[in-house]
Ligand binder design. Structure first.
Ligand SMILES: Nc1ncnc2c1ncn2[C@@H]1O[C@H](COP(=O)(O)OP(=O)(O)OP(=O)(O)O)[C@@H](O)[C@H]1O
Ligand SMILES: [Mg+2]
Length: 257
C-alpha cells in the first residue's frame, strides 16, 4: 500500500526508554498502515510495546527513529485528529457523567444545547441514559468504561486510538460493551488502532489483526479478517472463518512464550 492512501503510516519505528541509566528498546522496525475507515487491532504479549506504539501515534512520545504520520503529515506533539482511550478510563472525577461526555464538544465550541443533546444521545447508545447526573465514583468499572467510550465518540476524531479500552472487565460486561462499541463504530466508520490482549475481541471487531513479538516489539504477523459487516459481535465467534483465524493467531502468540 502507498503511504498516501493511509490515514496512519508508521515507518521503521524505533522507541527507546531510559530509566535510571538502563536503556530499553521497546519497539524496533515497526511498520504499519491503517487505511481510512479501517479497524486494525494489535495483540501481543504483555510488555511488547503496544501502549508505547499508541503513545507515539498520539504524540505523547517521540520515537528514537523512524516516523509516524497521519494523512501524510509526520506526528509532532499532540495532533488534534486523534482521540485516545487509555488503559485506565481517565474520567474527570469532579464532573458528572454528562459533563464528562460533553467535554470534547465544549472544547470544540459546540453550542451548549447541542452538547447536551449529543451527549445524551451517546449515553443512550452505551446504555447509560439514566446516569447523566451521576459522578464517576458512583458507577461500576464497566459503566465508567462506557462513559469513556461515549466521550470518545463525542470527540469523534479522525482516528480512534484505543488501549485496552474495555480494561479488566468480566467476560459478560466485555461482550456487552464490545457489542455497543461495534454498533456505534459501524455507523461512524472512522479509522481505529485498537490494542487488546483478547484475540476473540480483536477478530470480532477488526478488518485486520496485527500480532507483535515480545520486546523489542516488532510486527510478526498480520491477518485480514474477511467477515461480513455489520457483524454480530458475539455470534460471529461461531463462524468457521473466525475459528480458523483464532487458531492461527493463537499459534503466533503462543510462539512468543
Ligand atoms: N516510561 C517508561 N520508562 C521506562 N520503560 C518503559 C516506560 N514505559 C514502558 N516501558 C517499558 O517498555 C516496554 C513496553 O511497555 P508497554 O507499556 O508499551 O507494553 P504493553 O505491550 O503495552 O504491555 P501491557 O500489555 O502489559 O499493557 C516494557 O518493557 C516497559 O517496561
Ligand atoms: Mg499496555
Amino acid at each position: 500500500m502507498n503511504d498516501n492512501e493511509s490515514k496512519l503510516a508508521i515507518r521503521d519505528l524505533k522507541v527507546e526508554y531510559d530509566a535510571k541509566g538502563r536503556r530499553t528498546v521497546a519497539l524496533e522496525q515497526v511498520n504499519l498502515n491503517v487505511k481510512d475507515g479501517e479497524f486494525v487491532s494489535v495483540v501481543g504479549p504483555s510488555g511488547c510495546g503496544k501502549s508505547t506504539l499508541l503513545k507515539v501515534v498520539s504524540g505523547l512520545l517521540r520515537p528514537a527513529g523512524g516516523t509516524a504520520s497521519i494523512d501524510g503529515k509526520e506526528i509532532a506533539g499532540v495532533p488534534d485528529q486523534v482521540g485516545m482511550v487509555f488503559q485506565n478510563d481517565a474520567l474527570l472525577p469532579w464532573k458528572t457523567v454528562i459533563d464528562n461526555v460533553r467535554l470534547p464538544l465544549e472544547i470544540k465550541g459546540v453550542p451548549r444545547k447541542e452538547q447536551l443533546h449529543e451527549a445524551q444521545r451517546l449515553l443512550g447508545m452505551v446504555g447509560l441514559e439514566g446516569f447523566a447526573s451521576y459522578y464517576p465514583k458512583q458507577l461500576s468499572g464497566g459503566m465508567r468504561k462506557r462513559v469513556a467510550l461515549a466521550r470518545t465518540f463525542a470527540y469523534d476524531p479522525e482516528i480512534y486510538l484505543m488501549d485496552e479500552p474495555f480494561g479488566p472487565l468480566d467476560a459478560q460486561t466485555r461482550v456487552k460493551i464490545g457489542e455497543q462499541f461495534l454498533k456505534i463504530w459501524e455507523q461512524v466508520g472512522k479509522s481505529v488502532l485498537f490494542i487488546t490482549h483478547d484475540i476473540e475481541e480483536a477478530i470480532a471487531l477488526s478488518d485486520r489483526v496485527v500480532v507483535m513479538s515480545a520486546r523489542p516489539g516488532r510486527i510478526k504477523a498480520e491477518f485480514n479478517v474477511r467477515l461480513e459487516r455489520p457483524r454480530p459481535f458475539y455470534d460471529i465467534r461461531f463462524d468457521p472463518l473466525f475459528k480458523d483465524l483464532q487458531k492461527e493467531i493463537w499459534a503466533q502468540m503462543a510462539d512468543e512464550g
